[in-house]
Write a protein that binds this ligand. Structure first.
Ligand SMILES: NC(=O)C1=CN([C@@H]2O[C@H](COP(=O)(O)OP(=O)(O)OC[C@H]3O[C@@H](n4cnc5c(N)ncnc54)[C@H](OP(=O)(O)O)[C@@H]3O)[C@@H](O)[C@H]2O)C=CC1
Ligand SMILES: O=C(O)C1=N[C@H](C(=O)O)C[C@H](O)C1
Length: 266
């Protein structure tokens, strides 16, 4: 028996992630695009999103609010965009997948509270391999302990607005909780003195059209371990977000994670 496709509203539809996700929805038998949302004042509001994504017309006009129905909302926009769409999802009982990074602690806490009302999955990175990297970093930090100097280097395209990346921050949190430290240092400059144990360094590079690279360095005396992930394009993020939407549909309200989806960590 053929099931009705899962309908998805894409917030941040004309962005790099939004357009790729819309292309992948168009290729998937089990998914359909319900709405394409972007910011108020966007110059293409009212135009069909299909040609913007290099596709035929889809009959879905770009809009700045969610009027019709959707089974799941996927958000890759800006912190303002996330904060605008999230209460709409909560009021209408629509599960929400959030990939947007750079939310300040206040808006982030407001967002997380909505999990009392809807299924919510927030991930700094939807790539399967990056989530395995996070797991491995936790294990390496736990075994090597604070005697290893942990430094995180990330590289992204010149258009990225937030730094360090959400993924780098999450990797730092994972390592910090494994070694029992919360001392993050963002770059170094000047006469900073010897490196204290337990510090976690974060370094953000911005070059060209790089879709995203993360390396975690564990430096010891006489040896060094490096764990790295390199995105070759945005498909890992986009496919992971669509899997998250499939996973959330039909779930009770609550906070879900990529660890739940990928069954990482036991
Ligand atoms: N979790 C993950 O796996 C990944 C997360 N990301 C994150 O996703 C976000 C988007 O990335 P990317 O697609 O590269 O960025 P883009 O800038 O290409 O896309 C963002 C889109 O959101 C739109 N937008 C701006 N304000 C609003 C609003 N108020 N409501 C709705 N839409 C709005 C922008 O419109 P306009 O340009 O006209 O302002 C743009 O179309 C970033 O935070 C990025 O860090 C990215 C990749 C993977
Ligand atoms: O802005 C991007 O491009 C990306 N952002 C995410 C982040 O901030 O970690 C994930 C990915 O690295 C691509």
């Amino acid at each position: 028996m053929n099931r009705a496709p899962l309908t998805i509203a894409m917030n941040g539809a004309t962005g790099r992630m939004g357009l790729r996700i819309i292309q992948l929805i168009a290729q998937a038998d089990d998914l359909a695009l319900a709405a394409a949302l972007d910011r108020p004042g966007h110059p293409q509001l009212g135009e069909d999103i299909g040609p913007m994504a290099g596709l035929n017309r889809l009959g879905v006009p770009l809009a700045d609010r969610l009027d019709g129905k959707a089974d799941v909302v996927i958000d890759f926009s800006t912190p303002e965009g996330t904060s605008a769409i999230a209460p709409v999802c909560a009021d209408r009982g629509i599960p929400l997948v959030v990939g947007t990074t750079g939310l300040e602690p206040g808006p982030r806490a407001d967002l997380e509270r909505l999990a009392d009302r809807i299924p919510l999955l927030i991930a700094a990175n939807f790539s399967k391999a990056v989530n395995v990297l996070m797991f491995l970093v936790g294990e390496a930090a736990r075994v090597l302990g604070p005697s290893a100097d942990i430094e995180i280097v990330e590289r992204h395209h010149r258009f990225k607005k937030d730094a360090p990346s959400g993924t780098a921050l999450r990797l730092a949190e994972v390592a910090a909780s494994a070694i029992g430290s919360d001392r993050f240092v963002h770059g170094r400059h000047g006469l900073v003195g010897e490196r204290p144990a337990g510090e976690i360094g974060l370094h953000a590079l911005r070059t060209g059209d790089n879709p995203g690279e993360h390396t975690v360095v564990f430096g010891l005396m006489g040896e060094c371990l490096e764990l790295s992930h390199r995105a070759l394009n945005r498909d890992g993020f986009a496919r992971g977000a669509l899997d998250a939407a499939r996973f959330l549909a039909g779930k009770p309200p609550g906070r879900y994670s990529m660890d739940d989806l990928l069954r990482l960590g036991g």
